[in-house]
Design a protein around this ligand. Sequence first.
Ligand SMILES: [Fe+2]
Ligand SMILES: [Fe+2]
Length: 407
Amino acid sequence: MGIIHINKLKPGMVLDQEVRDINGRLLLKIDKEIQSSHIRIFKIWGITEVNIRGNNGNKNPSTGPADPELIEKIKENTQDLFRHADLEHPALKEIFRISVLFRCQHNFPENDKNISLAVADTGEATVEKDFLQKLQKETITLPEIPSIVFELNEVIANPLSSAEDIAQVVHRSPSLTALLLKIVNSPFYGFPSKIDKISLAVTLIGTREISGLALGISLISLFNNIPKEILSMHSFLRHSLACGIISRVLAAHKSLPQTEQLFVSGLLHDLGRLILYSYFPEESRNLLSRARSTDTLLYLQENDYLGCNHTHLIKHLLQLWKLPMVLENNVFFHHSPLEAQQPVPATLVHLADIITNGLGIGTSGERFVPPLDHAAWENLGLSPTCFDVVTKQATHQFFALESMLDV
Ligand SMILES: [Fe+2]
Ligand SMILES: [Fe+2]
């Protein structure tokens, strides 16, 4: 058994794992012999790698650095980052294995480099237990939701609206238009020919998908003012985008119909930290410093220091903005998914966050891989064997979309 790149696929090879497109649609069943027509279909639908039976595949697609000492060092560092995760658990064991390979291949910078540790913790004096009340009493003014999101929802809700009507609203924001076209032309969707019109994008990927993407992009771009000395915004966006993409790919593997909701949920899951870093820089510096000096998980340190954590902050914001309940379900419970009304999508974001932290793609300030909720994992019914393909598909899409972070 092994995973091989689509360009190395030859007729006659036998599938060792079913092939699905990004929306979860089955393209070819396990045990089927591959014909040239299948290869053509895989390429059309943006499949980059498949699992092949026998000796034809490459069991270890990662070449990684040749230096065994370096590999050992990366393994040790990664092990340290997994210190709060139970590496005996089969899912975490597999995520750890993939994370080590990925870090060897990509030589990502350590997350610590993106987190400011310049200000030392001043001790017990500055505990901010009334933090959430401060927000709720509106003593600070949070950004307003961009009007284009409302306009878009309105036009989409109208059954008489055409794809052209929706495109007209999107066109009012040139940056949103550019980003949406970039996304629909990337391997994220894998369309065979170039899409140069929003109206065509709406027709091809659907109104809900377009509104979900527009919402995620508009909201995340509201906060672009994190003080550099606290955390690199670029690094935060990488973490958010990777978590969104991994959530979406996991949803496709679970054959969930609303994969775009999972993308937006993953994209926004740590947005509460942006409120914190943007509006309370001093508290944020102390918080990060405390987590660092005690080697604790950041969200637990938030509970101790602020009396709430970043999920409470984003819940407040989502309610203020009157956004769909499904976002609240997935985002508010991404650290405690079984408490959600719909635990499966919340667990997918929970898992995507763990994988993103393991791979080390950006950071939202957390140094360590958050622990897995074992019961939520059991309830999900996925097998750890899916992580290899999920990670490959998701990182392929991530690198294709990464340039949108610089727009
Ligand atoms: Fe989080
Ligand atoms: Fe996160």
